[in-house]
Design a protein around this ligand. Structure first.
Ligand code: NAP
Length: 312
């Protein structure tokens, strides 16, 4: 008989059925069920759960869980809820590729002054800017993990000078790597575009504040593709209004969807995106989760999980 494998996600989430379908296709030997389809007896028979922003109360009803596999890369909500079992997060080369593509796309958007020319067109102005080649621009990436490293490599292949900052010092070909507070200050002083790909943790919450913006090179730009709360919102507004920061491309916000009255919508130096830089691909993600589950069923080894102390 197939083992029950619950998919735990918010109730009435419109994507739940399509995820269930993708997971079932990737795992024909498992019986994928939505949490609401489980009965009391099923609760006792679940040793693994696949999750997407689950309600912690739902997980509490599964007393024999050994670990959970998230289909998202960012797991800050789950970590904050003090999970009783290891959390395995999504690491999917397809996701890294999608994020790197977004990083290149929006870096080029800033590099080729698209916000400036869009504003000019509105005002019927014809004023070419001096072209500066990519090899004279430095792009700094905060976070050299799965997504940051893939993005750094694509930017470098495109001809940009690339630097990166991480908790532990990395070695990435063609990327100038930094760590620590001093390393961050050095890196920011040289960067034309700063891109956040950090996880949201106690250490990174509000990290990009007034002091850090002051360390940015004058007239540089910010791309935030990680989590809204990493950037101090008021500090961001000050940096933009004082024109120290040229432009901000924001895909993530402290409150999502971004409220209709938020200042970001109408700020002339902000580009608002609706959290679209790197959507998880259900098909490839399901295959990754399937490999994890299969390995666990065969040898009871739980895949590498999130470090709850560090929060990522
Ligand atoms: P990851 O592999 O865990 O990489 C995180 C990187 O950040 C690592 O290099 C880590 O350093 C570094 N880091 C963490 N805390 C730090 C600190 N306090 N100081 C300096 N460096 C620090 O994560 P990932 O898979 O690349 O994902 C990054 C984030 O992207 C996710 O957490 C999520 O929030 C976001 N995301 C956004 C979207 C979107 O559509 N907008 C989609 C997917 C993910 P070490 O390597 O030394 O540990």
């Amino acid at each position: 008989m197939k083992q029950i494998l619950p998919f735990v996600c918010p109730k009435s989430w419109s994507d739940a059925e399509s995820w269930k379908h993708a997971l079932q296709q990737a795992m024909p030997t498992e019986h994928i069920v939505l949490f609401d389809e489980l009965n009391q007896e099923d609760y006792l028979n679940c040793d693994v759960a696949i999750v997407a922003n689950p309600d912690p109360k739902d997980l509490d009803k599964l007393p024999h869980l050994k670990w959970i596999n998230s289909v998202w890369a960012g797991v800050e909500h789950m970590v904050a809820n003090h999970p009783k079992v290891p959390i395995v997060r999504l690491i999917d080369p397809e996701l890294s590729h999608t994020m790197a593509e977004a990083v290149l796309a929006w870096t080029l958007y800033l590099h080729r002054d698209m916000p400036y020319y869009a504003a000019q067109q509105k005002n019927h102005q014809w004023q070419p800017q001096t072209y500066i080649p990519a090899y004279e621009k430095t792009i700094a990436i905060l976070g050299l993990g799965e997504l940051g490293t893939a993005s750094a490599q694509l930017l470098s292949a495109h001809g940009f000078r690339v630097s990166g900052w991480s908790h532990t010092l990395k070695t990435v070909p063609n990327v100038c790597c930094y760590t620590g507070d001093d390393g961050l200050q050095h890196m920011l002083a040289d960067a034309d575009i700063v891109i956040s790909l950090l996880p949201l943790t106690p250490a990174t919450t509000g990290l990009i504040n007034d002091t850090i913006f002051a360390a940015f090179k004058a007239n540089s730009s910010l791309i935030n593709f990680s989590r809204g709360a990493i950037v101090h919102d008021l500090a961001l507004r000050h940096a933009l209004d004082s024109r120290h920061l040229k432009h901000a491309v924001l895909d993530v916000f402290q409150l999502e969807p971004l409220p209709a009255d938020a200042w970001h919508w109408s700020h002339q130096h902000v580009t608002v995106l609706p959290h679209i830089s790197a959507p998880t691909n259900p098909s490839t993600a399901s295959k990754i989760v399937a490999q994890n589950i299969q390995a666990y069923r065969q040898n009871q080894v739980i895949p590498e999980s999130v470090d709850l102390q560090k929060g990522y």
